[in-house]
Design a protein around this ligand. Structure first.
Ligand code: KG4
Ligand code: ZN
Length: 317
């Protein structure tokens, strides 16, 4: 079965085509049209500009994805319906609805967080997912595919948002995660707090870390602050993840979302998560993409193909 997926939850316009079967998935095309250049000067995503760019880019990105996949017969359409930036989600959803009516194909709604989990194709349950992106920081117990329990999440800024805001303070540019990772070499002479690290819950808080950086910032400390803020975020993420993994006796730990592209986070988690199977996406599938949307739709589609119909009432969530 060939699945065409559309993902516009944030600032990337993504269309992918995959060939899916019980044996596995083959990616026929994976197009991501980045808006980084446009949002750079704001130091974060400007939702209305992102919406305008999605409107402009979706048709050409679709054409490119189909051509790259060698114009296969499409059997199913998948689309992200949330969570994400509402104006952006509507552009993708309306585009997908129009396509599904025009081609008379079913449309499968996909949850963006679930897609960041299922890109890892977990097989061992229960598992624990740490989803760390620009909009979310969540620890989710994965009892099975489709069966989830939110154990904890950030009470303020997401981990990626914290990277982005600190990078803006340090003048390192946007997106902040890769910019800080590039700057964070060597040891730091500065110490920053690890918010909520010793609390017994599975929640996070990152806004205080950003404020601490703001107070300590002096140009000559840029590198030290990059090293220390990256390490503070990693320490909290790993400590809470391992606590939840042990408390719930999971078999596997799953990493997902844009921040999972951080090499130090991956290296230190690998080192400390001994005894657990560790699933981390390929670098190209850490940040937003539509391959994860397509794979999730395959997992979530009804077994009975008669239940697959175009759905005019699909809404964002
Ligand atoms: O999952 P994603 O592409 O979009 C959302 O759903 O939010 O995540 C984007 C976030 C940004 O905040 C970005 O700074 C962060 O992921 N990010 C990173 C790295 N690459 C992207 N954070 C830390 N290290 C990285 N290498
Ligand atoms: Zn995402």
């Amino acid at each position: 079965m060939n699945i065409l997926a559309i993902e516009t939850s944030c600032d990337d316009t993504c269309v992918a085509v995959i060939k899916a079967s019980k044996k596995g998935f083959k990616v026929l095309s994976n197009i991501v049209s980045s808006q980084i250049e446009i949002h750079k000067k704001w130091g974060g995503v400007y939702p209305m500009l992102a919406r305008r760019e999605h409107q402009k880019n979706l048709a050409p990105v679709l054409a490119e994805a189909l051509e790259k996949a060698k114009n296969p017969k499409i059997d199913l359409i998948a689309v992200t319906i949330g969570p994400g930036l509402e104006p952006c989600l509507w552009v993708g959803l309306n585009f997908a609805k129009a396509l599904s009516y025009y081609w008379n194909l079913s449309l499968i709604p996909v949850n963006h967080i679930e897609a960041h989990i299922l890109i890892n194709q977990p097989k061992d349950f229960p598992a624990l997912a740490l989803i760390v992106s620009g909009g979310h920081t969540q620890l989710i117990l994965v009892k099975n595919i489709g069966k989830y329990k939110l154990l904890g999440e950030t009470r303020d800024d997401a981990a990626g948002e914290c990277f982005d805001k600190i990078a803006r303070i340090l003048g390192l540019g946007y997106p902040g995660g890769p910019a800080i990772a590039k700057e964070a070499k060597g040891k730091s002479s500065i110490t920053l707090p690890r918010p909520m690290i010793n609390q017994k819950n599975y929640d996070f808080s990152f806004s205080g870390l950003k404020t601490a950086v703001l107070y300590k910032f002096k140009k000559r400390y840029t590198r030290d602050l990059a090293v220390e803020s990256q390490q503070a975020i990693i320490d909290v993420l790993i400590k809470k993840t391992l606590k939840a993994a042990r408390d719930y006796r999971v078999k596997a730990i799953i990493l997902g979302g844009g921040v999972s592209a951080n090499k130090e986070l991956r290296r230190q988690l690998k080192q400390k998560a001994k005894g657990f199977k560790l699933l981390m996406p390929d670098f190209k599938y850490c940040t937003d993409n539509a391959v994860m949307t397509a794979i999730t739709a395959y997992f979530k589609k009804p077994q009975d193909s008669r239940k697959l119909k175009p759905d005019a009432n699909l809404r964002i969530c």
